[in-house]
Design a protein around this ligand. Structure first.
Ligand code: FE2
Ligand code: FE2
Length: 355
């Protein structure tokens, strides 16, 4: 571990230091309306989000006046464009207002007993959702310590995401176990797809792959499962988790939009992220057979040949719409149509990844 350098300078009297001015006299609470929100604080030097974090400020809050010789904490997310967008403070406030509790807010005592083939399909889908939620929990948790405190609002927002994903793991696991079906089968296809997302160590690329592409696709999957859910309790779980995911995707879209608006050439970096993930995955095929079957059963309402084939047709139709929805979202984020189309085709491998 680095040792602190010999101490040559020290603030003896803060009133006479020439290193900088504090924000003394700017009363954020007096200017705010209903409560003090994060973006009410964006005044004075605290409100100045730098394009690049100063390298020698350590773990100190933006807007504070720092002594020299701060220790280097090795932050890797040190540029505004890597993580910031102006919506972050609002999204953080929204995240706090939209918290819910998987123990008490789901009417578990109203969960009906379902036919065995339907219950199995629900448990299979819950198993798959839990796998995906693990990666959505791990990624923001991995990056929070890498973000320079000059972009602290991003860390706070990611902390709410960690809480959201923990709740999603909890609620999907509870649903799998609630009726006695338990967790079902895991496909290596899914695990490799998740690994390809998990192993991206550049925040900008990882956030694009997760918040925009992965969770954007996941959002559509949750809506589809909500539509084919066999009972109101399972549906309620999908409705609530989808509201959280929409917030995560809102960050992904807003961040990409601000990034591309300020520097359109960053489209290449985003495409590169999708290419890298896809080439990592090229040896595996994209469809998880357990999930595919479970979706077909729920969409068709049962396991008879006729029901299952009708269900699979609905699933195929969902896939076709999924691709177009993903292109649209990428274009809303500011990517030109051909790039958006290419990235959507690459998602996972052959466009078949959910997360
Ligand atoms: Fe989630
Ligand atoms: Fe999420």
């Amino acid at each position: 571990m680095d040792q602190p350098p010999p101490r040559r300078t020290l603030i003896q009297n803060p009133d006479t230091t020439t290193w900088g001015e504090t924000d003394w006299g700017i009363a954020a609470a007096k200017l705010a309306g209903d409560g003090v929100k994060l973006d009410d604080l964006l005044l004075g030097t605290y409100g100045d989000i730098p394009d690049e974090a100063p390298p020698d400020h350590g773990l100190t809050p933006r807007g504070a006046v720092v002594e020299p010789n701060m220790p280097d904490f090795g932050f890797r997310v040190t540029r505004k464009q890597d993580c910031w967008c102006d919506e972050v403070p609002d999204l953080y406030e929204r995240a706090k207002n939209e918290q819910w509790d998987a123990t008490h807010d789901i009417p578990w005592n109203k969960l009906p007993e379902l036919p065995e083939d339907i219950e199995r399909a629900v448990c299979q889908i819950m198993t798959f959702l839990v796998e995906n939620e693990y990666v959505a929990l791990a990624i923001p948790a991995k990056f929070i310590p890498q973000i320079d405190p000059h972009y602290t609002e991003v860390s706070l927002l990611l902390a709410t995401q960690v809480k959201d994903e923990a709740r999603h793991i909890e609620v999907y696991t509870k649903r799998a176990l609630a009726n006695g079906g338990g967790l079902q089968y895991v496909s290596s296809t899914t695990q490799w797809a998740l690994k390809s997302l998990h192993s991206q160590n550049n925040y900008l690329k990882s956030s694009f792959l997760l918040h925009l592409l992965g969770e954007g696709t996941f959002l559509e999957l949750l809506k589809f499962i909500e539509d084919i859910a066999p009972d109101p309790v399972t549906r309620e779980i999908l409705v609530r988790t989808r509201q959280d995911e929409a917030r995560h995707v809102a960050y992904g879209v807003a961040h990409a939009r601000q990034l591309l608006n300020e520097d359109p050439s960053m489209a290449e970096v985003l495409q590169e992220a999708a290419e890298e993930r896809s080439s990592f995955l090229r040896a595996t095929s994209g469809i998880n057979p357990f999930v595919q079957r479970a979706l077909g059963i729920l969409a068709g309402g049962g396991t008879s040949e006729e029901q299952f084939q009708a269900g699979l047709e609905r699933v195929r139709d969902f896939y076709r719409r999924l691709h177009q929805t993903r292109i649209n979202r990428l274009m809303v984020a500011g990517l030109p149509e051909p790039t958006a189309r290419r990235i959507s085709e690459l998602h996972g491998v052959g466009g078949q990844a959910y997360m």
